[in-house]
Each structure stands twice: as C-alpha cells, then as structure tokens.
Design a protein around this ligand. Structure first.
Ligand code: URP
Ligand code: ZN
Ligand code: ZN
Length: 467
C-alpha cells in the first residue's frame, strides 16, 4: 500500500519545508520538494493521496509521561490503555511511554509483566514503559539491568509520597550508580515529601482541608530543594538525570545551573503548569479538586519562565503526566481533606494542540514545537530515528495539523474517559485532522478508524543525548 501526503508543509525539528511524503506500508520511504518531478510520479503510483494543502505535516507526538490504569490514592486512573491511547491519537500523539509501577515488596519483573498484560492487545498507538521504582533494594537494583536489556531504559524514583513510592537519598544514590553502569536514565519526581507531609498534617490540624491547601503545603521551594538534591546525587553517581513534571521557576533555576556546568540533567514540564495556575486549585467550593496534582499548579507569574525554558532548552520536553480521575466519586474522595484527593490531571489528548499555542503566541518557533512534543522525547527515550522525525526509513507516524482551524477544548468533544476537562472552554488555534500510526490512518477528521491492538510495544534504546 502506497500513500502520498501532498501539498503540506513538513515540519521537523530542523524546520519547515514544502514537501510531499511517500509512505509505503508502515514506513516513510520518500520526501520530495513540492512540485518536483517526483511529486507527480509518486501521485500516479499511489494507492491513496491525502491532500494536506495549507496544513502542517509533523512527526507523531510522543508523550513520555502517562499513567493509564494506575492504582493511586485508593483508586485507579480512569483511562485504560485502550481509551487513553485512542484519546492520545485524537490529539496527535502516536507514542506514549507509560509508567509500570513497582509496589513495595514486589519485584520489577512481576510489576513490568503486570503492565504488559494491561497494555498488550489494547493500544491504538505504539507504547513503551518506564519503570517506577518504589522499593530500591539489592534485588531490584540488579533487576534494573535485565529491564534495560528488554527495552525499559528509564527508571522513575520518587522523593515525594513517603510510605507509597518514596525512596530515601541512599536508595536514590544506589539506583543512580546502577544507572551509571547500565546506561539507563533516572527520572525524578523532585519534591521533598518528608517535609511536605509535616506541612500537610499541620494544615489539616488547623482545619484547612480545601483543595487549595494541597498547593500551599507543597511550596515551590521544596520542589527546588529536591531538584537540587537530586542533581547533586546524580553528580556523585555520574549518572544522567531527567526531572519529570517540573513546575516551579526555582526548580528550573537548579536545572539551568546544572546544565550550564555541563551535567547531563534534563527536564520536562507539562501543559498544566503553562496553561493553569494556583487560581484553578483555589476555585469555589470543591471545584479546585479537579486541578489537584503534584507538584501543584503554581502562580500564573511562573508561566513566562517555563516558556523561556522551552525556548532555550533548559526544558527539553513537554509531557502530560496524564493521570485522569473523575470528579465524581474519585476526586470527591477528598471532600473536606485535600490529602485524600487523588493526584493527577487528564491531558494526553490536549498536549500537541496546547503547546502549538506557544507558536501562535510567539513564545516558541514552529520547529521547536515539534522538537519538544516529538523529536526530543524520541531521542531522550531511545526511539529516534524510528520515531520523532519525518524522514525516509522512519516509522510513518504522521500528524496532519490545520493551523488555521480553531476550536474550544471541552469534555463534550474530548475522548478521554473522564468526566471533566481541565481546559474546559479554552479557545485554541489549530486542529489535528489526520493521524497515521505506522502507515495506517487511525484518525480521519473527527473519526477514529483504527482498532485496539494496532499499537505495539516498543523496546527502547538508551538516551540519545548521552555518549
Ligand atoms: O499528580 C500527579 N503527578 N499524579 C501522577 C503521579 C506522579 O507523581 O507522576
Ligand atoms: Zn511524579
Ligand atoms: Zn506522573
């Protein structure tokens, strides 16, 4: 099957170019200047031609941070691998990397197998796994090497959530030392969970149970402190470090200092920290619970610094940390006690469009948009050059995006399996019109035309930014 995408502007991280894209089977086999002799020849030989005139043709989005079917806070995130990956496809994301979660007392092997069983045969798009480690010990440290061989090449550790996922500094150092040996990347949830738990208990004792106290008991300075500590531990271990869901300018400053001295430190932020703020967590009544996530939403005044970080590469990636809980019955578990509100926001469907607003607003260049939502995550997580680029021999994961369309984000039109949108009513420029996953059209206009199980597990290589 030969498919030609003609008339569009192909945008890679290297920049835009007017070009046609030829796909054969699952692979991109050619790229040629629009109007060249090849254009006409390819059109004649194609089984199908998609007219992308006036549209952008970009490599499929790669969301390096999702939580489908994740048990958390006494409940479970509501998107399954089936619903979550379908919603991702609607939003122009063709690969997710989800977190297999090790719970205390279990091995990495059994935890990873559990997540394989959840995803296998259910995904609309390709997927990989990071391993979230909650129990760093002699056995699990040596298991890390086996996982790396199986293509799970990154490990998340938590300085937050004591008693659940938390690792102490000694455990973190040992995992980093292991990563330095086996070439994997340590990802860090950098918040000082021990200090936060004290502040939470004190707030609850004072009768401060509303959602906004979730944010007030997780101050930016405790994110910056943990970020600083993680960076120093990685320095001692000689290991690369990737800070997940960075929200605070104070933490960004720590990352910038480390990068300036040449340390292999990388960071992602998420759309919620750029488009939402502490004012949302402080909404009337219990409405703020919809916006409870960790780290928490920060003051609106932080947002220009996050855009600056994305522009200058202090922030390398935008992921979603998609971890959806319904307002009804799930977020409501924390009525009167914010510490019982399950932490997390939906967003896997919104990321590509939301970050495009940075192009419209003059915050980032078109090529940088593609870089932070696709190309850099592909390199960072060992998927490049199969993913993250429109080039011959890459997988034909292609998104056609109409920059002239506009729409309002709404739960009524979203496809995530959750009863609210964190961005309800937000007007956005641009719209995903067609999505190809390994050569197969999976989204056509507003229709999903793929099927569960089309997506394959991706055994990933090592971080492409390291020697
Ligand atoms: O609030 C959040 N971030 N929920 C998901 C779990 C995590 O820490 O990434
Ligand atoms: Zn986290
Ligand atoms: Zn997360």
């Amino acid at each position: 099957m030969k498919l030609l995408i003609s008339g569009g502007t192909v945008v890679n991280a290297s920049g835009p170019v007017a070009a046609d894209v030829l796909v054969e089977g699952e692979i991109i086999v050619g790229l040629c200047a629009r109007g060249s002799a090849y254009s006409a020849e390819w059109a004649q030989g194609a089984d199908r031609v998609i007219d992308a005139t006036g549209q952008l043709v970009i490599p499929g989005g790669i969301d390096g941070h999702t939580h489908m079917e994740m048990p958390f806070g006494g409940t479970q995130s509501v998107d399954t691998f089936e619903t979550g990956t379908r919603a991702a496809a609607f939003g122009g994301t063709t690969t997710i990397i989800d977190f297999a979660i090790q719970s205390i007392g279990t091995s990495l092997r059994e935890s990873l197998d559990k997540w394989h069983a959840k995803a296998d045969g259910n995904c609309a798009i390709d997927y990989g796994f990071h391993m979230a480690m909650s129990d760093v010990n002699k056995q699990t440290l040596s298991e890390m090497d086996l996982l790396v061989e199986e293509g799970v090449t990154s490990f998340k550790l938590f300085m937050a959530y004591p008693g659940v996922f938390y690792s102490n500094d000694g455990q973190i150092l040992q995992a980093m030392q292991q990563a330095a040996k086996n070439g994997s990347t340590i990802m860090m949830h950098a918040e000082n969970g021990i200090a936060i738990d004290v502040l939470v208990a004190q707030a609850l004792e004072r009768g401060e149970g509303d959602p906004r106290y979730h944010g007030l008991t997780r101050p930016a300075i405790l994110e910056a402190e943990a970020t600083h500590r993680a960076i120093q531990l990685a320095r001692v271990a000689g290991a690369p470090l990737y800070i997940v869901h960075l929200s605070a300018t104070e933490a960004l400053q720590e990352v910038a200092v480390a990068r300036d001295r040449g340390q292999s430190v990388f960071a992602e932020t998420c759309p919620q920290y750029i488009f939402l703020s502490e004012e949302d967590t402080a909404r009337e009544g219990f409405e703020g619970a919809k916006y409870v996530c960790s780290p928490p939403l920060r003051p609106r005044s932080y947002q220009p610094e996050l855009w600056r970080g994305l522009r200058t590469d202090d922030l390398s990636v935008v992921s979603t940390d998609h971890c959806p809980f319904c307002f009804k019955d799930q977020k409501q578990l924390g009525l009167g006690n914010f510490s019982k509100i399950p932490n997390g926001l939906p967003g896997v469907e919104d990321r590509v469009s939301l970050i495009y607003q940075g192009v419209e607003q003059g915050e980032i260049a078109l090529a940088r948009w593609v870089d932070v939502v696709s190309t850099t995550p592909a390199r960072m997580f060992g998927l490049f050059p199969k993913k993250g680029v429109i080039a011959p021999s890459a997988d034909a994961d292609v998104v056609i995006f109409d920059p002239n369309a506009s729409r309002a984000i709404s739960v009524d039109t979203d496809h995530m399996n959750v009863d609210y949108s964190a961005y309800e009513g937000l007007e956005v420029k641009g719209k995903v019109t067609t999505v190809l996953s390994r050569g197969a059209v999976v989204i056509e206009g507003d229709e999903y035309v793929g099927k569960a199980g089309d997506g394959r597990f991706l055994a990933r290589g090592l971080n492409g930014y390291l020697r």
